[in-house]
Design a protein around this ligand. Structure first.
Ligand code: SF4
Length: 225
């Protein structure tokens, strides 16, 4: 298999993953985190996928007029050099949304400053003490640098957190909202409930703990998905 098979799979159509747009999703192999609740472990641990960027372009050329945009997801798409790929997608007339965990600040900055992405969904996994435990990464400061950069740039982006009540409780989310506020984030903060699925990275089961939403301070606009 060729080493440019960096796309695990292509979802041909979604109206849920790119706000206001009909989009395809390209799922990129590999990730620099190992989130305990991750249900995409096959993608995270893959070194090669089924498709090359050229396969994606071929697919998109047959979807002109039917789709508005493309979601780059994974895995962590920024492990790959997305610049030429985004240039091609944009030249074909599609908008680009990037799903990212925010660790590759340099690459995200380049994509924003060269206007090769139109929207970003940034995962805020946890605050300092729990970040490493939940993600397997010690690079909270890299995430924070991305958050600060995006907030300062006024680029359209959203922040979201997956909530497994055995891992995150209202005081954690309150602290994370405080971080968002201090960073100057002015958008909606989306919380997503963990949904038990087989084959998560840490074989997470349904939460044993409850989550008392009344303890959330709502210091930034908050919405559950
Ligand atoms: S949930 Fe975590 S491990 Fe899974 S793809 Fe996203 S960042 Fe990577």
């Amino acid at each position: 298999m060729s080493s440019d098979r960096i796309i695990y799979d292509i979802t041909p159509f979604t109206h849920l993953d790119y706000p206001g747009k009909l989009a395809a999703i390209a799922w990129f192999v590999g990730c620099n985190m190992r989130c305990m609740y991750c249900y995409n472990s096959d993608i995270v641990f893959s070194k090669e996928g089924e498709y090359t960027p050229d396969d994606l372009f071929g697919f998109l050329s047959r979807r002109k007029g039917l789709l508005d945009g493309v979601v780059l997801s994974g895995g962590e798409p920024t492990l790959h050099d997305l610049k030429p790929l985004c240039e091609k997608i944009k030249s074909m007339g599609f908008s680009v949304k990037l799903d990212t965990n925010g660790l590759n600040t340099g690459r995200i900055r380049t994509l924003v400053e060269t206007e090769l992405v139109d929207f970003i969904a940034l995962d805020f996994k946890a605050q300092n003490g729990k970040f490493g435990y939940i993600t397997g990464s010690s690079r909270f400061e890299s995430f924070k640098e991305t958050l600060m950069f995006l907030s300062a740039s006024k680029f359209p982006f959203e922040v979201r957190t997956t909530v497994h009540p055995d891992l995150l409780q209202p005081p954690d989310i309150n602290k994370m909202m405080q971080t968002l506020e201090e960073a100057g984030y002015r958008g909606t903060y989306y919380l997503q409930r963990f949904i038990p699925t087989p084959n998560t990275i840490a074989q997470m089961e349904a939460p044993a703990s409850s989550f008392d939403e009344s303890l959330l301070e709502k210091s930034v606009p908050l919405q559950w998905r």
